[in-house]
Write a protein that binds this ligand. Structure first.
Ligand code: G6P
Length: 611
C-alpha cells in the first residue's frame, strides 16, 4: 500500500525521492507526489497514475531543495486525485507531510477544525494531521508533534517538513512501518527498506511510539513522554540486485526462478547438512515446550494463509498437534472460546511475508492479550509482527517485489516442514533416522524445483494454447486442495481470469453445473492416499466437456486429452511445493498472454497495512 520517502542532506533531494518512490511502486498505488523545502516555500509536484508521470512533471518543472518528502498513495479516503495525493499541507503552507495508515478519528477532528474556521482541500484523513499541527503549533515541531500525537487514533507513519526547520524531517510511527537510513552527510527515510538499498544498508528501525528528529548529520529519537530514547542502527543484508529485475521481464518470473536459491538459503539456515540435524538455536520450541504443546493456532492473510493451511496439515500429520489455520481478519473478531481463556499449551503463530499486514498484526496482539505465547514467521527483519512476537522464525526469501507472492510462500511452507519435523522428533513421533531422511528429502527441493523451472517453456505453450479459457477450476484433496487455493489465487491475481479452487469431492455438490467446454479444470494430485479419488473426479468433469490438466503423479492409465505436468520422486510432504511451482508459472504465463500488468496487478497492494 502507500509508500513514504524522505531525504535531508547537502545535495538535491529530488533524485532520491523519485528513485525511492519507484522502488516502492510494487506496494501498489494510484497517485504520487513530492515536496521539497525551497527558500520561497514548498515546491510540490503531484501526478495521478504512475511515477513516470510524476517524473515527467518534475522534468517539465524541476525543483531544487536538499530536504524533501515523497509519497505513493493507495486511495482509501477519497478517490485518486491531485487534491487527495500527498504531501498535504496546512492552510498557510508552513507544514507539509506524508502519511501511511489510517487516522480513525479523522472525521471528528476535522469537524472540530472546521468549527475553528479551518478549510480543507482534500477528502483525506492525512490533511487533518497537517492542519492540526498548524493549529496547535507551539515553540517547535517536536513539541507540537508530541501534543498532536496524543489526539490521533489509528495507525500511522508520518514524515513532516516544517519551514521553520528547513533541514529537518520529523518522523513518528504507530503501527505502521518506517526505516531511517544513514548516509554520508545525509539521512534517508522510507516506509520500507527496498527504497534505501541503492543508497545505504545502515538503518535505524524506529519502534512504535517513537518520534525521530532527522537532520543531515543525526537522528535523535524521543518517546511520547518527550524524553530521548536510545536506538541502535543495524545493517541490512539484502543487496541491491535482489530488488532489481536482473534481465527478467518481470519481478514475478525472477522471483519464481529464485526459488531454488532461497529454498537452499533457508535450508542452510535451519539445517546442518554435515549431519542432517536441525539447528536448535533457530527453533522456537525447547524439547520440554514441544512435549507440552497441546494446540497451535495459525493466523495469516492471502498467500500466507495458504502457507498456514499447509502448516496445519504438516504439523498435524508429523507431530500430532491439533492445529487451526485462520484467516487473520476473521480470527481477530472471532468469539473467544473458554479454552482460549486458559491458554496453557496453546501457542499462536502469525505468518507474514512483510511482517506488517494489519489484520495479522491485530490477530497476534489478540493472541498475546489472551496470554498465548506468540510466534511469527516473517521475511522482514525488524517488521512490526517480528518485533511484537515472542519468537520469530525468518524466511530467507530476500525482498519480494512482485505483488503476487511466490518465493515467500515456498519458504513459509518450508519453515512449516522444518517446524513440523522438529516437533515430531522432539515429541517422539519420529526417530533420529526418520528425521535425517526427511531432512535429506527437503535438501533435494532446490534441485527438483530447478528441474521444473528448466521446463517452463512447456507451461508457457500450454498457457498460450488455452488463452481462450475464461473459467479455470483447480481441484484437489487435503494438501492438494490447499495448493489448489494458492494456484487459483495466483492466477486470478495476475491474469484477472475467473479461477476457483474446490475440494475435488465437493465439485459435484453444485459447482459442476458451471463446467462446460470453455472451462479448464486443473487437478492437483500429489497425495498418494487419495490419488484415485481425484482421478475419478477428473473423469466426471471430462464427461462434461472440460479441458483437463493434471499437476502431480502421472496416472497409470492416462486420461485421454489430459495434459500432465509430472511430479515424481517426491513424498506427500514435498510434492505440494513442486506442484505450486508449476501453478506459479502457469499464472505468470497466462497473465502474459493476456497482456496484464503482472508485477502490479490492478487494485492489489503488496503490503496491506490497513484493515
Ligand atoms: C497482500 C499481498 C499478498 C499477501 C498478503 C499477506 O494481499 O498481495 O501477496 O499474501 O497481502 O501479506 P503478508 O505480507 O502478511 O504475507
Amino acid at each position: 500500500m502507500c509508500g513514504i520517502v524522505g531525504f535531508t542532506g547537502k545535495t538535491s533531494c529530488c533524485e532520491f525521492l523519485l528513485k525511492g518512490l519507484s522502488a516502492l511502486e510494487y506496494r501498489g498505488y494510484d497517485s504520487a507526489g513530492i515536496a521539497a523545502v525551497q527558500a520561497d516555500g514548498f515546491a510540490v509536484r503531484k501526478a495521478v497514475g504512475r511515477i513516470d508521470q510524476l517524473r515527467e512533471e518534475v522534468e517539465k518543472n524541476p525543483i531544487s531543495g536538499v530536504c524533501g518528502i515523497g509519497h505513493t498513495r493507495w486511495a482509501t479516503h477519497g478517490k485518486p486525485s491531485l487534491e487527495n495525493c500527498h504531501p498535504h499541507f496546512d492552510i498557510d503552507r508552513r507544514i507539509a507531510l506524508v502519511h501511511n495508515g489510517i487516522i480513525e478519528n479523522y472525521a471528528e477532528l476535522k469537524a472540530q477544525l472546521m468549527e475553528k474556521g479551518v478549510s480543507f482541500v482534500s477528502e483525506t484523513d492525512t490533511e487533518v494531521v497537517a492542519q492540526l499541527l498548524a493549529v496547535h503549533y507551539e515553540n517547535d515541531m517536536k513539541t507540537t508533534l508530541l501534543k498532536v500525537l496524543g489526539m490521533l487514533k489509528g495507525s500511522f507513519a508520518l514524515v513532516i517538513l516544517d519551514r521553520c526547520a528547513p533541514d529537518t524531517l520529523y518522523c513518528a510511527r504507530s503501527h505502521s512501518p518506517l526505516v531511517i537510513g544513514v548516509g554520508q552527510g545525509c539521512h534517508y527515510v522510507a516506509s520500507d527498506v527496498c527504497a534505501l538499498l541503492e543508497y545505504t544498508r545502515n538503518v535505524y528501525l524506529p519502534e512504535d511510539g517513537d518520534i525521530a528528529v532527522v537532520t543531515p548529520g543525526s537522528t535523535v529519537f524521543y518517546g511520547l513522554d518527550g524524553k530521548e530514547r536510545k536506538r541502535v542502527n543495524v545493517t541490512i543484508s539484502w543487496d541491491t540486485s535482489a530488488a532489481q529485475k536482473n534481465g527478467f521481464d518481470h519481478f514475478m518470473l525472477k522471483e519464481i526462478c529464485e526459488q531454488p536459491q532461497v529454498i537452499a538459503d533457508t535450508l542452510a539456515h535451519y539445517i546442518d547438512s554435515a549431519d542432517y540435524t536441525i539447528r536448535r538455536e533457530h527453533m522456537p520450541f525447547t524439547p520440554e515446550q514441544a512435549k507440552q504443546l497441546k494446540e497451535l493456532t495459525i493466523a495469516a492473510c492471502g498467500t500466507a494463509y495458504h502457507a498456514g493451511c499447509m502448516g496445519k496439515a504438516l504439523i498435524e500429520q508429523f507431530a500430532g498437534v491439533r492445529t487451526d489455520a485462520c484467516v487473520a481478519s476473521e480470527y481477530r473478531y472471532q468469539t473467544v472460546v473458554e479454552q482460549e481463556r486458559n491458554p496453557e499449551g496453546h501457542v499462536f503463530l502469525a505468518v507474514s511475508q512483510s511482517g506488517e499486514t494489519a489484520d495479522t498484526l491485530a490477530a497476534l496482539r489478540k493472541a498475546k492479550q489472551l496470554g498465548m505465547r506468540a510466534l511469527a514467521f516473517s521475511n522482514v527483519i525488524g517488521a512490526s509482527i517480528a518485533r511484537e512476537a515472542d519468537t520469530v522464525m525468518y524466511t530467507l526469501a530476500g525482498p519480494e517485489i512482485a505483488v503476487a507472492s511466490t518465493k515467500a510462500y515456498l519458504t513459509q511452507v518450508l519453515l512449516f516442514e522444518i517446524l513440523a519435523l522438529d516437533l515430531a522428533h522432539l515429541r517422539g513421533k519420529i526417530s533420529d533416522e526418520e528425521l535425517k531422511d526427511a531432512l535429506k528429502t527437503l535438501m533435494s527441493l532446490p534441485r527438483q524445483i530447478q528441474s521444473i523451472l528448466n521446463q517452463r517453456a512447456i507451461v508457457e505453450d500450454f498457457a498460450r494454447a488455452n488463452r481462450a479459457c475464461h473459467d479455470i477450476f483447480f481441484i484437489g484433496r487435503l494438501m492438494d486442495y490447499t495448493t489448489s487455493l494458492e494456484s487459483a489465487l495466483k492466477l486470478k491475481e495476475v491474469s484477472y481470469l475467473h479461477s476457483e479452487a474446490y475440494p475435488a469431492g465437493e465439485l459435484k455438490h453444485g459447482t459442476i453445473a458451471l463446467i462446460d467446454e470453455r472451462t479448464l479444470v486443473a487437478a492437483i494430485a500429489t497425495q498418494p492416499q487419495i490419488l484415485e479419488k481425484t482421478l475419478s473426479n477428473m473423469q466426471e468433469v471430462k464427461a462434461r466437456g472440460a479441458y483437463l490438466l493434471l499437476i502431480g503423479t502421472p496416472p497409470q492409465t492416462p486420461i485421454e486429452g489430459c495434459t500432465v505436468w509430472p511430479i515424481e520422486d517426491a513424498p506427500w510432504y514435498t510434492a505440494p511445493l513442486l506442484a505450486t511451482v508449476y501453478a506459479q508459472l502457469f499464472a505468470y504465463y497466462t497473465a502474459r498472454q493476456h497482456g496484464c500488468d503482472i508485477d502490479k496487478p490492478r487494485n492489489l497492494a503488496k503490503s496491506v497495512t490497513v484493515e
